[in-house]
Design a protein around this ligand. Structure first.
Ligand code: OAD
Length: 247
């Protein structure tokens, strides 16, 4: 583990500081969940977001969109949290830590973390497309490999149930965004783990932390749009680096 990073974390602990962790798809990669960018099999290399991740796409072909999200939900249900997720849960038991994620999976929670903000929503927070009512019932069955699945219906108004994620062109949920900016504003050290830093406003959170005087550390095997502005970078995967950091 780079000495400068160990020292920065130790200083934060000694001074009673607060850590904010911002995670992206990379932290779930070692659990087998594909990232959005970066490899030939990442989601946006294989699928067109405009046909699958917008309100217009939903209106056009809800069964195609729901089928794609049901496939992603199934991937997450079949996956397990990895050592990176578990290390963050462990760290939060010992130091003041806020966790902000762009991920729509529930692997942080299943590793034992409390997530302060899912800034891009949650796959499993289902709600009605028309009236916004939360869907409390069980998830419909998914036949492995099904491309098109007719969405479930809202018990209040009869419209279709959509996934609880933020689609392109939609605003972030206010409560999650407020919690995320609060965490970034009040931390003394920010760990940026497994994000390409290309999607705003979430990608602006490290700059918010830095403006308030926080040290920013990036953990990512590859350089990103955020690397140049980080105080320290650690070129390692989340499941390798975070357990070392927690230890
Ligand atoms: P990306 O897919 O854009 O970036 C994934 C990052 O994870 C890359 O920088 C990889 O180098 C890194 N990475 C890959 N494997 C890793 C590992 N084992 N450990 C650590 N890092 C690893 O994912 P995000 O930055 O999360 O938005 O994407 C941001 C947003 O773009 C997503 O939330 C999604 C997408 O469009 C919405 O759906 C609204």
């Amino acid at each position: 583990m780079p000495v400068a990073i160990a020292d920065a974390l130790q200083l934060t602990i000694d001074e009673g500081g607060r850590v904010c962790v911002l995670t992206g798809a990379g932290i779930s990669a070692e659990s087998g969940i594909p990232t959005f960018r970066g490899t030939h099999d990442s989601l946006w290399s294989r699928f067109d977001p405009m046909r699958l991740a917008t309100a217009e796409a939903w209106r056009e072909d809800p069964a195609l969109v729901w089928g794609w999200y049901r496939w992603r939900m199934q991937l997450v249900r079949d996956a397990q949290p990895n050592a990176g997720h578990r290390a963050l849960a462990d760290l939060a038991e010992r130091i003041p830590l806020s966790l902000v994620t762009q991920n729509v999976d529930d692997l942080h929670e299943r590793a034992g973390s409390v997530v302060d903000a899912h800034v891009h929503g949650s796959l499993f927070a289902l709600r009605c497309f028309a009236c916004g009512c939360a869907h409390e019932g069980v998830l419909d069955d998914y036949v492995d490999g099904a491309r098109r699945v007719e969405p479930m219906r809202c018990v209040s108004c009869g419209d279709r149930i959509r996934p609880g994620v933020v689609w392109f062109g939609e605003a972030l949920p206010d409560d999650a965004w407020d919690a995320a900016t609060d965490a970034a504003t009040h931390c003394t050290l920010m760990l940026v783990v497994g994000t390409s830093g290309l999607v705003y406003p979430a990608a602006g959170l490290p700059a918010v932390a830095r403006r308030q005087g926080a040290i920013v550390i990036e953990i990512n095997p590859e350089p990103t749009a955020l690397s140049a502005d980080a105080d320290h970078v650690w070129r390692a995967t989340a499941a390798v680096a975070l357990p070392l950091l927690a230890r």
